[in-house]
Design a binder for this molecule. Structure first.
Ligand SMILES: Nc1ncnc2c1ncn2[C@@H]1O[C@H](COP(=O)(O)OP(=O)(O)O)[C@@H](O)[C@H]1O
Ligand SMILES: O=P(O)(O)OC[C@H]1O[C@H](OP(=O)(O)OP(=O)(O)O)[C@H](O)[C@@H]1O
Length: 201
């Protein structure tokens, strides 16, 4: 277990917080709000993801990577975690492992399919899962309102919603089925619970 001692002697245990949930549930929106509201917490970081999605697309600010370069980057060890979804490739930069080892809390949006990989790489006790939930009807409305995908891609994303079950330990479910401010408050509260647990570690 890696720890970092702050100026007041408090012990900060490194954490990798994985934000997961079906497409359209609100992961990126909640992360953007948390990034803004927690920007004063120096030990909490929200790294950008490498995605083969064109720069400037609707939604998250990501690190654009050309599809023809992604495979080589992965083979060269550029990513701690990587996966394919929605005809895109996603990578979490390798430095995240060092950030956690230095005692930081790192919060990232990942596929449900890589949760066990993260637990194996980082250690079960240092991985927390924030599982964002909303009904299928809400998912459809949000994907349509987002306007980033066409009708076929929306149907494919909705079909994928039930493709994975989130199980194991250190999971906090966050229901994002109400108004946005309520969802943000619940999300921030879940992060603060993780911080309290880490401080007691
Ligand atoms: N609680 C909420 N209430 C209303 N709209 C929301 C809420 N959470 C997210 N949204 C909207 O739903 C859409 C999908 O959110 P997004 O963060 O892109 O989801 P994900 O990253 O999980 O695919 C966006 O247009 C976003 O503004
Ligand atoms: O494997 P799953 O758990 O179904 O997740 C599929 C993908 O959706 C999310 O990405 P992204 O946020 O770019 O897509 P979204 O905004 O449509 O959720 C997540 O980071 C995965 O890359």
């Amino acid at each position: 277990m890696t720890e970092r001692h702050t100026h007041d002697g408090a012990v900060k245990t490194g954490l990798l917080v994985l934000v997961v949930g079906p497409s359209g549930v609100g992961k990126d929106t909640l992360l953007d709000a948390a990034r803004e509201r927690l920007k004063g917490a120096a030990h909490i970081c929200f790294p950008r993801r490498c995605i083969t999605r064109p720069a400037g697309s609707v939604g998250e600010v990501h690190i654009p990577v050309r599809a023809e370069d992604f495979g080589q980057m992965a083979r060269q060890g550029a990513f701690l975690l990587s996966w394919k979804a929605h005809d895109l490739c996603y990578g979490i930069p390798r430095h995240v492992q060092d950030d956690v080892a230095e005692g930081k809390t790192v919060i990232v949006n990942v596929s449900r399919s890589v949760i066990d990989d993260a637990r194996s790489l980082i250690g079960h006790d240092q991985v927390r899962i924030l599982s964002i939930r909303a009904s299928r009807e809400v998912l459809r409305k949000r994907l349509e309102s987002r306007g980033r995908e066409d009708a076929l891609d929306i149907e494919r994303r909705l079909a994928r919603a039930s493709a994975y079950q989130v199980d194991g330990n250190n999971i906090v479910h966050v229901d994002n089925d109400a108004d946005l401010e309520t969802g943000i408050a619940r999300f921030i509260a879940a992060i603060e619970i993780d911080q309290a647990i880490a401080n007691r570690a």
